[in-house]
Design a protein around this ligand. Structure first.
Ligand SMILES: [Zn+2]
Length: 479
């Protein structure tokens, strides 16, 4: 029996605002526990919430970035539940009239294994605006609660169950994060809890039209964990079905050390949250003028930027996809090109050397020790044949670790390319004299013999010989 997987994601993203959703407390991360709270976010009796206008605008902007229908009439609701992290015993959220309705996101960027994702569109069900809850920390004998996070503006983005593989879910999250960062809505830093993700996943026989009971995966702290947890669940659920077992609805967590999911809660019946319209807040009406003003704020989406990079810089689709998957990488690329770099050459260097080194030391491109202008200066040295391509790579590594410019390194280490023909011919004659057997092979027509001899010339010159000159001089001398 073969199976197919049905995956839907619920993503919570904190909105970057100065103050909380319904009060004037600072929306800050990392302050001392319970120092950014007030009677409103602590739910004292008789207080009145006042909505944060910027949070509403940014949620609508998020909807526009995700091609959603924007509601012209929307409202807040109360969701009742009792849990220590919720001081009011209800959460202000949106139930039946969310700010953003159906939309879609075109996936772009690389999978976990580094391949570019094939074309895929994921439908978005809705985006609604709510307030975050406090954060519990559990110790051996007691628990502590920090309410600084209670009342922070939070968006929930619900996708349709459109995804079928761990790769699609992984790239969906990356695309969503890229879009939010592009629009300045959130930094989506998962370590700070600014982006959190629940995965709904179920497996069924290929081609079936029914859905098996789903597993809800929680506490996934990185995109990588989402990928691994989905892989594990596909295996686990397929095994259950192969053994004629029955899947049951479960909430499961992910144990990263063990590399497996575990049961958090069994077969939950739907909660009765007793939703009702929040009586302390007026409904929201979005006028034509307001919607037009928010549309004005819309930056280029990653998809638009990718199309533009292909057209404007004549880059292959693959390059444009990698460069635009992150707004900061795209910006770095464009500064390089504006500083006179050739687009395809700049792109090659960013995609290979630069991104490799950044990921090795785990530094974002915004903190790259090689500024764009310095990378372009290095490429210029290759272009005008001051150094050859191979030396350029070692110069780059030195630039990356020391922060020095290419010019300084080339001068310091005497790396200037040898383009003096007589000097190269001297080396060529030496190599021919020292390798009679290989020279004989060359004369018998063995193609690889020439490569070996070129290698020897380069070695003798300590990598500094101009490779084209080495080849042509060798050929002339041998023939
Ligand atoms: Zn407050």
């Amino acid at each position: 029996m073969t199976y197919e997987t049905v995956i839907g994601l619920e993503v919570h993203i904190q909105i970057d605002t100065r103050t909380k959703m319904f009060c004037g407390c600072s929306n800050c991360f990392g302050a001392d526990a319970n120092t950014s709270i007030c009677p409103i976010c602590m739910g004292y009796p008789g207080v009145l919430p006042v909505p944060n206008y910027l949070a509403i605008r940014r949620t609508i902007l998020a909807g526009l970035m995700c091609n959603c229908e924007i509601a012209r009439f929307s409202k807040f609701d109360r969701k009742s539940y009792f849990y220590p992290d919720m001081p009011k015993n209800y959460q202000i959220t949106q139930f039946d009239l969310p700010l953003c309705g159906s939309g879609h996101l075109d996936l772009s960027g690389k999978t976990l294994s580094g391949d570019l994702i094939p074309e895929k569109t994921v439908k978005i069900t809705r985006i609604h605006l709510e307030e975050d809850v406090g954060k519990s920390t559990h110790f051996a004998t007691c628990s502590g609660i920090d309410y600084n996070r209670a009342g922070v503006p939070l968006m929930e983005i619900v996708s349709e169950p459109d995804m079928k593989t761990p790769d699609e879910a992984y790239v969906y999250l990356r695309t969503l994060r890229a879009v939010m960062k592009y629009a300045g809505i959130s930094d989506c830093d998962m370590e700070k809890g600014q982006m959190r993700c629940d995965v709904n996943i179920s497996v069924r026989p290929t081609g079936a039209s029914y859905l098996n009971p789903k597993t809800e995966l929680k506490n996934l702290n990185s995109f990588k964990m989402v990928h691994h947890a989905i892989e594990y669940e596909i295996e686990r659920q397929s095994d259950v079905l192969n053994n004629n077992g029955e899947l049951v609805q479960q909430t499961r967590g992910w144990n990263d050390d063990a590399g497996e999911t575990y049961v958090l809660r069994e077969k939950e019946n739907a909660h009765d949250y007793r939703y009702f319209p929040e009586p302390d807040l007026m409904p929201i009406r979005i006028s034509d003028a307001e919607l037009a003003a928010i549309k004005e704020e819309m930056p280029e989406t990653p998809t638009d930027k990718k199309v533009r990079f292909v057209e404007q810089y004549h880059l292959p689709d693959y390059d444009a996809g990698v460069l635009t998957s992150d707004m900061d990488i795209a910006a770095y690329f464009e500064i390089c090109v504006d500083s006179g770099g050739s687009p395809k050459k700049v792109s090659n260097w960013i995609m290979s050397e630069l991104l490799r080194e950044l990921s090795r030391v785990d530094v974002p491109i915004t903190a790259c020790p090689v500024p764009p202008q310095n990378l372009v200066a290095l490429l210029t040295l290759v272009e005008n044949k001051t150094i050859n391509g191979k030396i350029a790579k070692s110069v780059f590594d030195e630039m990356f670790s020391s922060g020095k410019t290419a010019d300084a390194i080339v001068v310091e280490q005497g790396l200037r390319q040898v383009t003096d023909t007589s000097e190269i011919i001297g080396l060529v004659r030496l190599v021919i004299a020292e390798n009679p057997a290989v020279v004989a092979q060359y004369r018998e027509g063995k193609g690889t013999a020439l490569n070996f001899l070129v290698g020897q010339v380069m070695k003798l010159s300590r990598g500094k010989a101009n490779p084209q000159l080495a080849v042509s001089s060798l050929k002339t001398e041998l023939d």
